[in-house]
Ligand binder design. Sequence first.
Ligand SMILES: *Cc1c(COP(=O)(O)O)cnc(C)c1O
Length: 318
Amino acid sequence: MPSISFSELKLPSPVSQLNSPLLSEKQVQLFIKRDELIHPVLQGNKWRKLKYNLIAANKTARENRQNTILSFGGPYSNHLHALAYAGKQFGFNTIGIVRGEQPQPINSCIQDMLNWGMQLNFIKRVDYKQKTSPVFLQTLKEQFGDFYLIPEGGNNALGKKGCGELLDELDQGYDVICCEVGSGTMLSSLIENNKNLQNNILGFVVMKNINIEIEIRNSINPDNVKNNKWSLSHDYHFNGFAKASNELHQFILNFKQQFNIQLEPVYSGKMLYGIFDLIKKDYFKPHSKILAIHGGGLQGLRGFSEYSEINFENTKSP
Ligand SMILES: *Cc1c(COP(=O)(O)O)cnc(C)c1O
């Protein structure tokens, strides 16, 4: 039987204030919610989304005497990586349905998942597209037996619930709260759970996806929304998901030197690059208090040769 305990996690995650000549000159205050420090693996956005899914899977395990969790992701998936670790740590069998061919040689993310005992099943991209189809899920049940299903990215109602808790950990008084936007689950949770009428929520979209605003709008229950001040920036996707430029890599390396905070190029690097660019362009009013939520995902750095020199203290398997 699984046994879950979150006592090893650093919660609530700390908030750091950044200091730099630019921030002084523009008279803005910038803070980072350090969700990447929650745990070396169970960190950030993906930890927030796993929490209530693990609690529900634990309950199912007790009721149905079946302790398998199945989920979906790409070959560098922060979500599957965290789930595989949680499976080993808390005693679940885990199955990862991975998009595309098995990479050759195996990458460090997949190596970790295998080491933590996740059963991996690589499927063709066309089949992967059926990841939410009931018929396809039924064939997976025939193949693997019964399981608790967590959708790709942990993006379900329980994932959203976990994201919303982040706001309870914050002090009042921020004018702008910034987050990374992939599927928009974190952002829509922030919008629905935001009880503070003062702040604006600003999402940085990390891929080319002009439909995301409509998708987010459709995913929100308007009855839950007290403060509807939110917007998206599409200006910092760097040509697409997981695409980056030398300028972005240089920004991330400098950021670590200047502030001693590790970013990665898929999510947090793009958001912070965008925030600094907007500060330079006087987008934020003087005296604004800005909070950026670091979504974690530092294991993903290992997929980029630009960071081979850095010390992966934070991203190593515990
Ligand atoms: C998955 C992920 C996101 C994307 O969050 P959504 O809720 O899908 O918008 C952002 N940051 C990190 C580090 C992630 O791993």
